[in-house]
Design a protein around this ligand. Structure first.
Ligand code: NAD
Length: 433
């Protein structure tokens, strides 16, 4: 099939590449000329394991190309995906500016019957608005389908190639057939394609993200209580997760959820409900817990040190989670801004996110290519992102580099008892001090 993907970010690039890899002829479009030039010369502008190799392979085999010419790409396509950003709007709602602009541009470029697929995360009713925007500028036949994306950054290829489920919202039989054919190679493990109406598909995406955010905040509330009553959140987590009705995923206490999806999607869902006269109290509490959690490590440091001015702190991990360079809404940003605001110096290390961090912090903080270098002269280490390479460090070497052997472990990566035996002052999340 001939496919155009509008928006070549984390979602568009992964989706386009995977559709090309299953034999389709894919053109990825972006308004960002620099991004397109980089991709045309084989440089992938984001860090995602395995993506660069797959992009190169499919480009070489002429199934994948990149352009900023939307008109040509859409005119030739049978299926057009909208995968542009839907950032947080002024009142917490999703800003649909990019989606509706793309819809108009698509409408003007249509040449034959086309399935226009919304892959961006959009509020209930957006497929109607996309249909109206396209119909206003074309007489060509088309269908609009809602096909939300559930991939996780850091495991995006695997998630896309072997999805738990594919959700497709449409009432058009013609569009349904096209979508079923397109996704057939990815559901050979018998995982389902769930066909439903567009509104249900749109809401499914928000409901799924809100549920995951709720589990995180729930566990963070339990961790806060553990600290008060002298219980161990990790033991409680294991005890809860062993119940098959509950399960283990997304029950890790930590420094709060971040990234480009959970924070904005929870807010947008609350805003949608409010528009319809419904107050989602549970999700507002989820947000409040998360805001408190993002301040937790700084609060622990203030409690331990009192004055932070003039001290140096090492930060391991900047990305909002491991295996990505995405720092959107990352807990590290709030921590580092807090440390700088209190007059401390920050020396950080992340295996891949340094270039992204430099764009945000510039030379307000120092960067190290190796984790141990960041510890030189540090009064404490904050472990913020649980990259695997941080799990088994040389603790003696760490101690020899630091001014004081103090560790604030925002992901409960280290064993508190062993840390104390090794001579560290150790603070975890939801663990007895
Ligand atoms: P992104 O910011 O990485 O990429 C969006 C791209 O769209 C940018 O490169 C931008 O230049 C481009 N763009 C904007 N308007 C355009 C236009 N008119 N024509 C061509 N290109 C245009 O965003 P993302 O992280 O890929 O997210 C895209 C959507 O997918 C969002 O709605 C997001 O909520 C959703 N989503 C994201 C993830 C994730 O993990 N990142 C997962 C699932 C769903």
């Amino acid at each position: 099939m001939k496919i155009a993907v509008i928006g070549t970010g984390y979602v568009g690039l992964v989706a386009g590449t995977c559709f090309a890899d299953s034999g389709n002829d894919v053109t990825c479009v972006d308004i960002d000329e620099r991004k397109i030039k980089a991709l045309q010369s084989g440089v992938v502008p984001i860090y995602e394991p395995g993506l660069e190799e797959l992009v190169k392979k499919n480009t070489r085999e002429n199934r994948l190309s990149f352009t900023s010419n939307l008109t040509a790409a859409v005119g030739a396509a049978q299926v057009v995906f909208i995968a542009v950003g839907t950032p947080e709007g002024e009142s917490g709602d999703a800003d649909l500016r990019y989606v509706l602009e793309a819809a108009q541009q698509i409408g003007r470029a249509l040449k034959q019957y086309t399935v226009v697929v919304d892959k961006s995360t959009v509020p209930v009713g957006t497929s109607d608005r996309v249909r109206e925007a396209v119909a206003a500028v074309t007489k060509v036949e088309f269908d609009v389908v809602s096909n939300p994306e559930f991939l996780k950054e850091g495991a995006a290829l695997d998630d896309f190639l072997k999805p738990d489920r594919v959700v497709i919202g449409t009432t058009s039989e013609r569009a349904r057939k096209v979508m079923a054919e397109l996704y057939a190679p990815f559901v050979r493990t018998e995982n389902p394609i769930l066909f439903m109406d567009a509104r249900s598909a749109e809401l499914t995406k928000y409901a799924a993200n809100a549920m995951l955010a709720t589990r995180i905040s729930f566990m963070n509330d339990m961790a806060a209580l553990c600290e008060k009553v002298g219980a161990d959140a990790d033991a409680v987590r294991k005890g809860m997760g062993a119940d098959r009705r509950i399960g283990y995923p997304f029950l890790f206490p930590g420094v709060g959820y971040g990234g480009s999806c959970f924070p904005k999607d929870v807010k947008a869902l609350v805003a949608t409900a409010r528009e319809f006269g419904l107050e989602l109290d549970l999700l507002r509490a989820v947000e409040r817990t998360n805001e408190r959690q993002k301040k937790l490590l700084l609060a622990k440091a203030v409690k331990h040190f009192g004055e932070l001015a003039g001290k140096t702190f090492a930060v391991w991990g900047l990305a909002f989670k491991p295996k990505t360079d995405d720092m959107r809404e990352a807990p590290s940003v709030e921590l580092i801004e807090g440390l700088l605001g209190k007059g401390a110096s920050v020396h950080c290390h992340d295996p891949v996110a340094e270039p992204v961090a430099r764009r945000h912090f510039g030379d307000r903080i120092r960067y190290s290519a190796a984790p141990y270098d960041a510890l030189q002269g540090a009064h404490a280490l904050f472990l913020v992102t649980e990259w695997n390479e941080f799990r088994h460090p040389d603790f003696d070497r760490m101690k020899s580099l630091m001014v004081q052997p103090v560790v604030f472990d925002g992901r409960n990566v280290f064993d508190p008892k062993l840390m104390r035996e090794r001579g560290f002052t150790y603070f975890g999340v939801g663990r007895a001090a």
